[in-house]
Design a binder for this molecule. Structure first.
Ligand SMILES: C[S@@+](CC[C@H](N)C(=O)[O-])C[C@H]1O[C@@H](n2cnc3c(N)ncnc32)[C@H](O)[C@@H]1O
Length: 174
Protein backbone atom coordinates (compact mmCIF):
# COMPACT_ATOMS: atom_id res chain seq x y z
CA UNK A 1 0.00 0.00 0.00
CA UNK A 2 1.27 3.48 -0.86
CA UNK A 3 2.41 5.44 2.20
CA UNK A 4 -0.16 7.91 3.51
CA UNK A 5 0.54 11.58 4.20
CA UNK A 6 1.58 12.41 7.72
CA UNK A 7 -1.33 12.88 10.16
CA UNK A 8 0.44 16.02 11.46
CA UNK A 9 0.49 17.58 7.98
CA UNK A 10 -3.15 16.63 7.40
CA UNK A 11 -4.16 18.00 10.78
CA UNK A 12 -2.56 21.39 10.09
CA UNK A 13 -3.57 21.52 6.43
CA UNK A 14 -5.57 24.69 6.97
CA UNK A 15 -2.32 26.51 7.77
CA UNK A 16 -0.83 25.66 4.37
CA UNK A 17 -0.91 28.51 1.86
CA UNK A 18 -2.86 27.86 -1.34
CA UNK A 19 0.07 28.76 -3.60
CA UNK A 20 3.83 29.16 -3.49
CA UNK A 21 6.85 26.89 -3.30
CA UNK A 22 6.97 23.93 -0.92
CA UNK A 23 9.97 21.81 -0.02
CA UNK A 24 9.89 18.31 1.51
CA UNK A 25 13.30 17.59 3.04
CA UNK A 26 14.24 13.87 3.07
CA UNK A 27 10.98 13.18 1.26
CA UNK A 28 11.35 9.40 0.96
CA UNK A 29 8.54 8.07 -1.23
CA UNK A 30 7.12 11.57 -1.44
CA UNK A 31 3.65 11.04 0.03
CA UNK A 32 3.85 14.39 1.82
CA UNK A 33 5.33 16.15 -1.23
CA UNK A 34 2.35 14.91 -3.26
CA UNK A 35 -0.09 15.97 -0.56
CA UNK A 36 1.21 19.54 -0.80
CA UNK A 37 1.08 19.47 -4.62
CA UNK A 38 -2.56 18.33 -4.43
CA UNK A 39 -3.21 21.50 -2.43
CA UNK A 40 -1.85 23.78 -5.13
CA UNK A 41 1.71 24.21 -3.91
CA UNK A 42 4.62 23.92 -6.33
CA UNK A 43 6.27 21.06 -4.55
CA UNK A 44 9.80 19.72 -4.52
CA UNK A 45 11.09 16.68 -2.65
CA UNK A 46 14.74 16.18 -1.81
CA UNK A 47 16.16 12.78 -0.96
CA UNK A 48 19.35 10.82 -1.42
CA UNK A 49 17.65 7.58 -2.44
CA UNK A 50 17.07 7.20 -6.17
CA UNK A 51 14.74 4.30 -5.42
CA UNK A 52 12.54 6.44 -3.17
CA UNK A 53 12.58 9.32 -5.67
CA UNK A 54 11.57 7.00 -8.51
CA UNK A 55 8.62 5.76 -6.44
CA UNK A 56 7.62 9.38 -5.80
CA UNK A 57 7.79 10.21 -9.51
CA UNK A 58 5.64 7.19 -10.35
CA UNK A 59 3.05 8.17 -7.73
CA UNK A 60 3.02 11.74 -9.09
CA UNK A 61 2.49 10.47 -12.64
CA UNK A 62 -0.35 8.19 -11.50
CA UNK A 63 -2.03 11.16 -9.79
CA UNK A 64 -1.35 13.46 -12.73
CA UNK A 65 0.59 15.85 -10.51
CA UNK A 66 3.66 17.88 -11.40
CA UNK A 67 6.22 17.45 -8.63
CA UNK A 68 10.01 17.76 -8.70
CA UNK A 69 11.82 14.92 -6.98
CA UNK A 70 15.50 15.77 -6.81
CA UNK A 71 18.45 13.73 -5.61
CA UNK A 72 20.20 15.82 -2.98
CA UNK A 73 22.67 14.91 -0.26
CA UNK A 74 21.37 16.99 2.61
CA UNK A 75 24.77 16.99 4.29
CA UNK A 76 26.19 19.04 1.42
CA UNK A 77 23.83 21.42 -0.25
CA UNK A 78 22.66 24.99 -0.11
CA UNK A 79 19.33 26.70 -0.70
CA UNK A 80 18.32 30.25 -1.65
CA UNK A 81 17.19 32.51 1.16
CA UNK A 82 13.56 33.56 1.74
CA UNK A 83 12.24 31.31 -1.02
CA UNK A 84 9.87 28.57 0.19
CA UNK A 85 6.39 29.22 1.57
CA UNK A 86 6.40 25.80 3.24
CA UNK A 87 9.20 23.52 4.38
CA UNK A 88 8.43 20.11 5.84
CA UNK A 89 10.66 17.42 7.25
CA UNK A 90 9.52 14.05 8.58
CA UNK A 91 11.61 11.28 10.12
CA UNK A 92 14.97 12.87 9.43
CA UNK A 93 17.27 14.64 11.86
CA UNK A 94 20.31 16.76 11.14
CA UNK A 95 20.81 19.77 13.41
CA UNK A 96 23.28 21.25 10.93
CA UNK A 97 20.32 21.65 8.60
CA UNK A 98 18.37 23.97 10.91
CA UNK A 99 20.09 27.23 9.86
CA UNK A 100 19.47 26.37 6.20
CA UNK A 101 15.80 25.63 6.85
CA UNK A 102 15.44 28.85 8.81
CA UNK A 103 16.98 30.89 6.04
CA UNK A 104 15.20 29.34 3.06
CA UNK A 105 11.67 29.82 4.41
CA UNK A 106 10.04 33.08 3.37
CA UNK A 107 8.92 35.38 6.17
CA UNK A 108 5.40 34.20 7.06
CA UNK A 109 6.24 30.72 5.76
CA UNK A 110 5.30 27.50 7.52
CA UNK A 111 7.61 24.83 8.91
CA UNK A 112 6.23 21.38 9.74
CA UNK A 113 8.80 19.10 11.34
CA UNK A 114 8.34 15.76 13.04
CA UNK A 115 10.85 13.09 13.91
CA UNK A 116 11.97 10.70 16.59
CA UNK A 117 13.47 11.80 19.88
CA UNK A 118 15.95 10.20 22.22
CA UNK A 119 12.91 8.96 24.20
CA UNK A 120 12.26 6.52 21.38
CA UNK A 121 15.19 4.37 22.53
CA UNK A 122 13.13 3.05 25.40
CA UNK A 123 10.70 1.37 22.97
CA UNK A 124 13.47 -0.72 21.34
CA UNK A 125 12.32 0.08 17.80
CA UNK A 126 14.21 1.76 14.96
CA UNK A 127 15.76 4.26 14.61
CA UNK A 128 18.25 3.20 17.26
CA UNK A 129 21.22 5.41 16.31
CA UNK A 130 21.25 8.33 18.81
CA UNK A 131 22.65 10.59 16.07
CA UNK A 132 19.29 10.24 14.30
CA UNK A 133 17.26 11.15 17.39
CA UNK A 134 16.29 14.60 18.60
CA UNK A 135 17.44 15.73 22.00
CA UNK A 136 14.82 16.93 24.44
CA UNK A 137 13.27 20.20 23.20
CA UNK A 138 15.69 20.28 20.27
CA UNK A 139 13.16 21.50 17.72
CA UNK A 140 11.66 24.02 20.09
CA UNK A 141 15.11 25.36 20.87
CA UNK A 142 16.01 25.60 17.19
CA UNK A 143 12.79 27.37 16.11
CA UNK A 144 11.35 28.65 19.39
CA UNK A 145 11.82 32.32 18.44
CA UNK A 146 9.23 31.77 15.66
CA UNK A 147 5.47 31.67 16.14
CA UNK A 148 4.83 28.18 17.51
CA UNK A 149 1.48 26.95 16.21
CA UNK A 150 1.92 23.47 17.68
CA UNK A 151 4.60 21.69 19.63
CA UNK A 152 4.32 18.30 21.25
CA UNK A 153 6.89 15.87 22.49
CA UNK A 154 6.83 12.35 23.94
CA UNK A 155 3.68 10.90 22.44
CA UNK A 156 2.47 7.78 24.24
CA UNK A 157 4.17 4.67 22.91
CA UNK A 158 6.70 6.45 20.71
CA UNK A 159 9.35 9.08 21.18
CA UNK A 160 8.48 11.75 18.66
CA UNK A 161 8.59 15.55 18.62
CA UNK A 162 6.18 17.46 16.40
CA UNK A 163 6.51 21.13 15.50
CA UNK A 164 4.40 23.47 13.40
CA UNK A 165 5.87 26.97 13.34
CA UNK A 166 5.61 30.14 11.30
CA UNK A 167 8.62 32.27 10.46
CA UNK A 168 7.89 35.83 11.56
CA UNK A 169 7.72 38.59 8.98
CA UNK A 170 10.41 40.38 10.95
CA UNK A 171 12.86 37.48 10.44
CA UNK A 172 13.81 37.75 6.77
CA UNK A 173 16.71 35.42 6.12
CA UNK A 174 17.31 34.39 9.70
C1 LIG B 1 12.84 7.44 7.54
S1 LIG B 1 12.90 8.05 5.90
C2 LIG B 1 11.63 9.30 5.95
C3 LIG B 1 11.06 9.59 4.62
C4 LIG B 1 9.85 10.53 4.60
N1 LIG B 1 10.20 11.85 5.08
C5 LIG B 1 8.72 9.95 5.38
O1 LIG B 1 8.33 10.52 6.40
O2 LIG B 1 8.19 8.92 4.96
C6 LIG B 1 14.40 9.02 5.90
C7 LIG B 1 14.79 9.50 4.51
O3 LIG B 1 15.97 10.29 4.62
C8 LIG B 1 16.73 10.05 3.46
N2 LIG B 1 18.12 10.47 3.72
C9 LIG B 1 18.99 9.94 4.62
N3 LIG B 1 20.16 10.59 4.56
C10 LIG B 1 20.02 11.55 3.61
C11 LIG B 1 20.90 12.53 3.08
N4 LIG B 1 22.16 12.69 3.53
N5 LIG B 1 20.44 13.35 2.10
C12 LIG B 1 19.17 13.20 1.63
N6 LIG B 1 18.30 12.29 2.10
C13 LIG B 1 18.73 11.47 3.07
C14 LIG B 1 16.58 8.56 3.19
O4 LIG B 1 16.89 8.22 1.86
C15 LIG B 1 15.11 8.35 3.54
O5 LIG B 1 14.29 8.44 2.41
Amino acid sequence: MAPQPSPLLVRFEKHLPQSGLALDVACGYGQNTLYMAQRGLISTGFDLSMKALAAGREAAARSNLTVSFVQVDLTRFSLPRNTFSVVICFKYRDPQLYPTLRATLRPGGLLVYETYTIEHLKYGRKPLNPAHLLGRNELRDAFGDWEIIFYHEAWTGRGVASLVARKPFSAAGS
